[in-house]
Design a binder for this molecule. Structure first.
Ligand code: Z5A
Length: 220
């Protein structure tokens, strides 16, 4: 059976994941690779509904444990209905956030126990792990400036999770760094403070180093 490749983008908000994920998908398609681009939470009808539940301002916001369960429910659905079928068909999947976001946000950020998160996440994904994770690391002030510019351009304001506060965001960045330290083979940290083109060069170099420049090689 053919198997595709599974690439995830991770990082704090405003790090440029969505921008770079779209660019990578375009590049891979130009190289003749069939690509599915998706995101978390979301990517299926049910998971997009869960996304709205999680992101919208609510009178009854989810507590930390129900927030976790909602993220995992969305992930289980995405893995079962989109990611595994695509990989089995030999397609490459590029996903904006995946399990590492749960460990960083709900674990390091919210303080839920990591051991429990790993067990529960493993149940949700049924053992699936990305072949390559690109962690886009930006200084908080750079990310904040990008988010402000976007809010001004789109006339929107920060959502519930984005408003979590400075302590949360520094725990988050530190958490992502620890995850990368623990799995240097899978998680590649990319300095994402520069321009979109500068970051893109680093993203492409990391993908080519992992899979070969044609896009068809195996992970080294
Ligand atoms: N979450 C969680 O808690 N647990 C989980 O398990 C999962 C998620 C899966 C999802 O929000 C939220 O859910 C997220 C984590 C939590 N929390 N927050 N907050 P989302 O999907 O709506 O948003 P996001 O994932 O945080 O992404 P984002 O805010 O849209 O940012 P991004 O995708 O990293 O960046 P971008 O959209 O590509 O770029 C942001 C802006 O900067 C945009 O205007 C770009 O044009 C601009 N940009 C991008 N790159 C650059 C460079 N290099 N220079 C200058 N400007 C740039």
């Amino acid at each position: 059976m053919m198997t595709g490749r599974f690439i995830t983008f991770e990082g704090g908000e405003g790090c440029g994941k969505s921008t770079q994920a779209a660019r990578l998908a375009d590049e891979l398609r130009a190289r003749g690779v069939e690509v599915v681009v998706t995101r978390e939470p979301g990517g299926t009808r049910l998971a997009e509904l869960i996304r709205s539940l999680l992101k919208d301002e609510r009178e009854d916001p989810p507590c930390d444990r129900s927030e976790l369960l909602l993220f995992l429910a969305a992930r289980a659905q995405l893995v079962r209905n989109v990611i595994r079928p695509a990989l089995a068909a030999g397609k490459w999947v590029v996903c904006d956030r995946f399990s590492d976001s749960t460990f960083a946000y709900q674990g390091y950020g919210r303080g839920l126990p990591l051991d429990a998160l790993r067990l529960m996440n493993d149940f949700a994904v049924n053992g699936l792990s990305p072949d390559l994770t690109l962690l886009l690391d930006v200084r908080p002030e750079v990310a904040l400036a990008r988010m402000r510019r976007r809010e001004e351009a789109t006339n929107t304001s920060s959502d519930r999770i984005e408003q979590a506060g400075d302590g949360f965001h520094s725990r988050l960045r530190d958490g992502f760094a620890r995850l990368a330290e623990a799995e240097p083979g899978r998680i590649k940290t990319i300095d994402a403070n520069g321009s979109q083109d500068e970051v893109w060069c680093k993203v492409l170099a990391a993908v080519d180093a992992a899979f070969g420049a044609t896009g068809s090689g195996r992970r080294l």
